[in-house]
Design a protein around this ligand. Structure first.
Ligand code: ATP
Ligand code: MG
Length: 256
């Protein structure tokens, strides 16, 4: 299983939208896909139509060792896409784990031998213990970056965290790519920022950009990935292309 953390400590940059739609796109092309909602906000769960009452066992139970992975996974409306939901309990996990055993490796331990081809982890907007668990569990990190003036601010802090995680816990961790989100072709600032980011980060940046697209923002209120809500919208097409590009970077699925 290839595990990909989707993280950026900046809020509202498109982490959850990317997690839901990229996971859906990977499932659509035949990858057995798991999405772990590791954010107390639970947006990925809501966006996949899993309401709070349906979240019996969650990523909190996984971290605290109170339930094993098969108990925590739920089917979604997307064939081949399973979800480990998240709830507000997760904000307590940060505190409860502080003095715990292997507190940075809880998620990694819980995912051992998971029967999926790919696992995405939707991280909260912080670099706390939850995101740390995701980075320790992951093979790679995917960073959504919103095309706005302060896009690059904070990225160096994220990079530093990645270096620390590599040194201390998870040497093979790589950044699989940075994806530009909420790209607005009519806005000159967007293009300037995109050019800047590509100049600074080079090939780390995916070719495909995710446009600002109202369908992407409407879909979660229907409890559906945009790819199901409106398969043909520009945002859905962009996420399908991003999935193809991602597969090009991580390699084809291992066939059992
Ligand atoms: P948080 O840091 O709070 O977890 P996030 O990084 O997960 O936020 P999202 O929740 O994916 O970000 O997106 C923030 C808001 O922007 C949401 O309302 C979402 O619907 C909207 N949004 C995300 N991507 C796009 C897009 N490409 N076009 C239009 N709206 C978008
Ligand atoms: Mg989010």
């Amino acid at each position: 299983m290839i595990t990909i953390a989707i993280a950026n400590q900046k809020g509202g940059v498109g982490k959850t939208t990317t997690a839901i739609n990229l996971a859906t796109a990977m499932a659509a092309v035949g990858w057995r896909t798991l999405l772990i909602d590791l954010d107390p906000q639970g947006n990925a769960s809501t966006g996949l139509g899993i309401g709070a009452v349906a979240r019996d066992f969650t990523s909190y139970d996984l971290l605290l060792g109170e339930a094993e992975l098969p108990r925590c996974t739920l089917n979604t409306d997307v064939p081949d896409l399973m979800l480990v939901p998240g709830t507000v309990d997760l904000s307590g996990a940060e505190v409860e784990l502080v003095s715990g055993d292997r507190r940075t490796h809880r998620l990694r331990d819980a995912l051992t031998d998971a029967p999926y081809d790919v696992c995405f982890i939707d991280c909260p907007p912080s670099l706390g213990l939850l995101t740390l668990n995701a980075l320790v569990a992951a093979d790679s990190l995917l960073v959504p970056l919103q095309c706005e003036f302060f896009a690059l601010e904070g990225l160096s802090q994220l990079m530093q965290t990645v270096e620390q995680v590599k040194t201390r816990f998870n040497p093979p961790l790589v950044i699989v790519g940075i994806v530009l989100t909420m790209y607005d072709r009519r806005n000159r600032l967007t293009e300037q920022v995109a050019d800047d980011v590509r100049e600074t980060l080079g090939e780390l940046v995916f070719e495909e950009v995710i446009p600002r697209n109202v369908r992407l923002s409407e879909a979660p209120s229907h409890g559906l990935p945009a790819l199901i809500y409106d398969h043909h919208c520009a945002g859905s097409r962009a996420y399908m292309n991003l999935a193809r590009e991602l597969i090009g970077r991580i390699g084809a699925k291992e066939t059992a």
